[in-house]
Design a protein around this ligand. Structure first.
Ligand code: AMP
Ligand code: GLY
Length: 421
């Protein structure tokens, strides 16, 4: 089969890497891809948001299956457009992707269907939001309704900070139209776990658990980022908690989306917080997580292509997922300055010296046989071993062999897994 993967990050590299192991795959294209992806797939210079361009390329290259990985083309309806053009595509429709694209929609869904989530208020008028801020306990969390590259969430310690957050999101439009509405939410605490699940709208099969490190600096300090590293499995996500989540969160969500006339097919990502009073759902994503995918797919033994096809054909109940017992750790090497200003175009050295880790490329490009930095998150250096401790050692050893100017990475990825109470 000819496959086209849409996107250009570490997640897409992991998907392409895994699909390349499938005996049914003849050729993989990726658009736009990156330096590392270009070693195993043909990259097409099409913007991930260019729906018409992507449909045309899929027709021209006789693509049998398109995988739309990032949130924004999903929210804009790339899967709908492919399907309308008679091309098989993996991922939710734009109607179903609203579960990620609008926090107002997802919070109302959780409330309506009794899915445990943080208490909140929803506002499209800043004056009403200011009123709410007067009468609630702090900290409070202010969130832009729409997509904002994982940066539209502001934790506010007092009323003054919260008012400034409302002004910057709703009035100054820091995140553009994503801030036309806001959610103001109670602040909750506990370890955060990411559960990604395949679903065809009838059956839902969770993948192995993982934990992300969203803040830029060690000890969960600094600004929120797209994710600075992950590990799998999560020790705190016990089989008992998994069963509770299945009954109270996962199955009710699938049912809710069906009831709302928005059946969800694809990967549904549950951002959970394990609070003292039980698991609480912080957010949904309508896609594979990044960098969660980089620690999940290396553990998957089942053919990923078979799973994608079963989801599209609504035959997921026939699939059994098999996983290896290894632990996996991914350390993101980012450009100095990320998630704020950073420079690009620096040569990356040492990649050819890595033997017992997998280096998933994110913001890289390849020119004349050399790799250069080309984005905020540059590489996801991933290693497996029997334990998180050993996988960590391997990943960090590989990181120490890779060099580019102003490289920044956290030194504590995975430590949570043995430090958490
Ligand atoms: P989200 O985009 O909703 O996942 O939020 C990004 C990050 O902000 C989460 O991973 C949490 O670390 C934090 N966060 C979001 N909502 C809350 C909340 N209600 N209480 C505490 N932390 C939160
Ligand atoms: N790692 C968080 C996300 O993919 O949204």
């Amino acid at each position: 089969m000819n496959i086209l993967v849409v996107g250009s990050g570490g997640r897409e590299h992991a998907i392409v890497w895994k699909l390349a192991q499938s005996p049914k795959v003849k050729k993989i294209y990726c658009a736009p891809g990156n330096g590392g992806i270009s070693d195993i797939a043909e990259c097409l210079p099409i913007n991930a948001l260019d729906i018409e361009g992507m449909v045309n390329a899929a027709k021209e290259k006789k693509i049998d299956l398109v995988i739309v990985a990032p949130d924004d083309p999903l929210a804009k309806g790339m899967v709908n457009a492919m399907t309308d053009a008679g091309i098989r595509a993996f991922g939710p429709t734009k109607e179903a992707a609203l579960i990620e694209a609008s926090k107002a929609f997802s919070k109302e869904l959780m409330r309506k269907y009794g899915i445990p989530t943080a208490e909140y208020g929803l506002f499209d008028d800043s004056r009403e939001a200011f009123q709410y801020l007067k009468s609630h306990k702090y900290p409070l969390v202010v969130k832009a309704d729409g997509l904002a590259l994982g940066k539209g969430v502001l934790i506010c310690q007092n009323q003054q900070e919260a008012e400034a957050a409302v002004i910057s999101i709703m009035e100054e439009k820091k995140f553009g139209d994503s801030g036309n509405k806001i959610v103001i939410e109670e602040f909750i605490t506990g370890p955060e776990v990411s559960i990604l699940a395949f679903t065809d709208g009838k059956t839902i099969i969770p993948m192995v658990s993982s934990q992300d490190h969203k803040r830029a600096l060690d000890g969960d300090k600094g600004l929120n980022t797209g994710g600075m590293g992950t590990f799998s499995p999560s020790r705190v996500y016990t089989p008992e908690i998994a069963e509770l989540c299945m009954q109270k969160i996962f199955l009710p969500t699938i049912q809710a989306m069906n009831n709302e006339g928005r059946p969800f097919k694809g990967v549904l990502y549950f951002g959970l917080m394990l609070t003292e009073s039980g698991p609480v759902l912080l957010e949904y994503n309508a896609r594979f997580g990044d960098p969660e995918t980089q620690v999940i797919l290396p553990r998957l033994k089942t053919d990923l292509l078979e799973i994608f096809e079963a989801v599209i054909d609504e035959e997921l109940e026939k699939v059994q997922l098999a996983w290896n017992d290894n632990a996996c750790v991914c350390v993101v090497m980012a450009s100095g300055g990320y998630p704020e200003r950073y420079s690009k175009g620096h040569v990356i050295e040492g990649l050819d010296t890595i033997s017992d880790a997998i280096v998933f490329h994110a913001g890289t490009k390849k020119e004349n046989g050399c790799y250069y930095t080309n984005g905020g998150r540059v590489l996801g250096v991933t290693a497996m071993a029997e334990t998180i401790e050993k996988a960590r050692e391997r990943a960090y050893h590989a990181v120490s062999c890779i060099h580019f100017q102003d490289a920044h990475f956290r030194r504590d990825i995975g430590i949570k897994s043995f430090d958490q109470p």
